[in-house]
Design a protein. Structure first.
Length: 95
């Protein structure tokens, strides 16, 4: 027994498990919100503008355009980060 009334080994294991749940929830929420903000930034500022020569390319060569390639790469990174954040939140809920 410990100093506190809930100092039994069973209660201690429960509190350690709850700490992991809190850590997963906080980390997952932070990663999800950061990815959401990055996704909004990518959609607003990194998308090739209307004055781009992207329309001159055929559709099968669009991913070779440097601005469009950077846009799609960062879009995939931000969506992957959001998926990772949601996975961490899910693990926090089921753990």
């Amino acid at each position: 027994m410990g100093i506190f009334p809930f100092g039994s080994p069973k209660a201690s294991a429960y509190y350690e498990g709850m700490m992991i749940v809190r850590l997963l929830s906080i980390l997952g929420g932070f990663v999800f919100l950061l990815s959401l903000l990055a996704h909004v930034y990518v959609r607003m500022y990194l998308r090739p503008g209307g004055k781009s020569d992207l329309d001159d390319y055929y559709c099968e060569f669009e991913d070779r355009h440097p601005q469009y390639a950077r846009y799609t790469r960062w879009l995939q990174i931000s969506l992957g980060g959001a998926a990772l954040g949601m996975l961490l939140l899910f693990l926090g809920v089921i753990f």
